[in-house]
Design a protein. Structure first.
Lengths: 151, 151
């Protein structure tokens, strides 16, 4: 199965030129999500819709994602009521990595979170956060999207 | 949300002419399933593939289903390993109802189960099972497909 290795941080500030980086609006909701980190997620952005199955243990995830049509999305989306969130994602280059800066909206307006995905465990371990990063929350369920979506 | 009202029975015998009724082969597996009856199910039959979200409390279910392509199915199916079952479903007319007779294969070879779906709660309550029906297992988790699929 495909793996994701990533770390997540709260942000003290965001780059002043954040809006100049590629960014897009994300609506996502969960058909199902369990406390052990399994989830089936629906997501809609400007570029299309996806359905994603994830299992998760700490920084290592397994993930399977398919593109779905707007009709398929529309038929399933009502089942995510009460388990949704919206945010704008910015892609900020950082050396050979990409920092994803998520600006949350709605209930979580004001929350800003960065996720960094790594090619391997070594790069994950050795990552030096820039000074605009705050507390690391990789293993803090308080900031999991599933928990945020239920609030 | 669409509702299903149905009852489930073990069978003492099956009609001698069962193979003459419309029937088709079903492979199904679960991306996720929780003990409280929520599930995301993948199913493949001769006529195509589906992805279904269900919540369930006793005889009353809520259900949302989409058709998916063979490629979409193929991308998600590996995540159902260890949570699959196969059976042949026969559609047997019974008055204004249809009895679905499922003949299980593989691990559950020999198990035969009938499901009857009703247009309303009154029809559900008043249903008189034919004499080839055995024990009712509508609320018996032992015979839920999710439980069978994990064995």
């Amino acid at each position: 199965m495909p793996h994701e290795i990533e770390r997540k941080f709260l942000l003290k500030t965001v780059p002043a030129d954040l809006a100049n980086y590629p960014h897009y609006h994300i609506e996502q909701g969960y058909l199902m999500a369990t406390p052990d980190g399994q989830q089936v997620r629906l997501r809609r952005t400007d570029s299309g819709c996806t359905l994603t199955f994830k299992t998760e243990e700490g920084a290592v995830r397994e993930e399977r994602e398919i593109e779905i049509t707007a009709d398929q999305f529309g038929a399933l989306w009502p089942a995510t009521t009460g388990k949704r969130l919206t945010k704008t994602r910015h892609k900020v280059p950082f050396g050979n990595l990409t920092i994803e800066v998520d600006i949350y909206e709605g209930t979580h307006c004001g929350l800003t979170v960065a996720e960094v995905e790594f090619p391997d465990r070594g790069a994950c371990r050795n990552f030096q956060p820039p000074d605009w990063f705050g507390e690391e929350v990789t293993n803090n369920p308080r900031y999991s999207n599933v928990v945020l979506a239920r609030e």
